[in-house]
Design a protein around this ligand. Structure first.
Ligand code: SAH
Length: 352
């Protein structure tokens, strides 16, 4: 079986090349083709002999994603890419342009098994984990297609990245490699529903990315209504893991709070959230919930949102309301993939 060459570290590649009887510097050339020049095929690697290119393509494959659909927002420069994987699964990724640079939001799994109530990505469960190269390739392909440099990567698309820990950390090592794409760890943010053991492990990897915890409620009881994972880990377990992450990496913590009308958006909840976060060095990102039709959750009104924000600010907490990008193109996680799957199913039904 052919091996996934884009998921290999420079060291692993060197080993493979030496097994093939090649000099170590060849590995460096190939690594640069894959991760710096973003080659999609061995035929592009013109500083290698034709014979070597042929041997490489007999032994390895290069993960290359082709967009099956691209939606462009009419409201801003946001683009949503639906990519098909080699096995037919589809995943979605988002391109966003801000004044400070271009940011991409990528998926870490096809589907998700965390079951958060308001999230479209989890409606059909987990299809499978993405490989490191499939995560990288979302970044690389969007940069190549847009013709502009990616300056920030957020792992906030479909999937729970820490539920795909090894591939995710491999992705981080590769994308931050100075000899490859060379993205600074500071330009990367991972969002997690809160798996304490993996948060602690990540703190020790020596890759100081920003950690964003999906909080969505100020207490366990309310959190359990929205996030099944809260039945497994209480806030008493999750928050100390986040604090340890901050202590070890020095990266200020981010907390995400999706505001759902009448569910988690009243004044008492804002005050309880302020008390919960206390004097932490952190940032709260309020996300007006993006309603999905399978659930009857509505977004909070403008007034509730501003009121919630004010209460947090009065307690000295740094807070922003998530700027909505590409709202006209199925902005929320998993909604495009979900609609694609539904069309696909309808087509299949039509044919039978
Ligand atoms: N599994 C990761 C990444 C999920 S997506 C996590 O749980 O953090 C990033 C953020 O968007 C999470 O905070 C998630 O809870 C939130 N989110 C998902 N669907 C949403 C929706 N329909 N409206 C608002 N926020 C949503």
């Amino acid at each position: 079986m052919k091996k996934d060459i884009k998921s290999m570290t420079a060291e692993e590649l060197e080993k493979e090349l030496s097994l093939m009887g090649e000099k170590p510097f060849r590995a460096g050339q190939i690594f640069s083709w894959l991760h710096e020049k973003l080659a999609a095929d061995f035929s592009e690697m013109t500083n290698l002999s034709k014979a070597l290119r042929e041997r490489l393509s007999e032994n390895f494959f290069i993960t290359a994603l082709e967009p099956v659909e691209v939606l462009s927002s009419r409201l801003d420069s946001t683009k949503k890419y639906l990519f098909r994987l080699a096995d037919g699964n589809v995943i979605e990724s988002v391109w966003m342009e801000y004044h400070h640079g271009n940011s991409v939001c990528i998926s870490s799994q096809a589907g998700c098994r965390m079951g958060c109530r308001f999230c479209a990505s989890t409606l059909y469960g987990l299809a499978r984990n993405l490989t490191a190269s499939e995560m990288l390739e979302q970044v690389y392909r969007m940069q190549a297609l847009q013709g502009k440099r990616v300056s920030n990567v957020v792992i906030m698309g479909s999937g729970e990245p820490l539920d795909n820990y090894d591939n995710f950390v491999r992705f981080l090592r590769l994308i931050t490699d100075e000899k490859g794409f060379n993205l600074s760890a500071r330009a990367i943010t991972v969002s997690t529903c809160g798996l304490p053991d993996q948060i602690r492990r990540l703190a020790g990897e020596g890759i100081p990315i920003t950690l964003a915890l999906s909080l969505h409620a100020p207490d366990d009881e309310k959190r359990r209504e929205l996030m099944p994972i809260a039945n497994r880990y209480s806030l008493k377990e999750v928050l100390p893991a986040c604090d340890e992450y901050f202590e070890r990496t020095g990266r200020r913590l981010s907390f995400e709070y999706s505001l759902v009308r009448g569910v988690n958006d009243n004044e008492e909840e804002a005050k309880a959230l302020a008390a919960l976060l206390g004097k932490r060095s952190c940032h709260v990102n309020l996300i007006p919930v993006n309603p999905i039709k399978e659930r009857n959750y509505a977004r909070s009104g403008r007034e509730e949102i501003l009121n919630f924000k004010n209460i947090l600010e009065k307690s000295g907490i740094n807070v922003t309301i998530r700027r909505e990008m590409g709202r006209d193109i199925n902005g929320a996680c998993g909604q495009l993939r979900r609609s694609y799957r539904q069309n696909d199913c309808r087509e299949k039904e039509d044919r039978t």
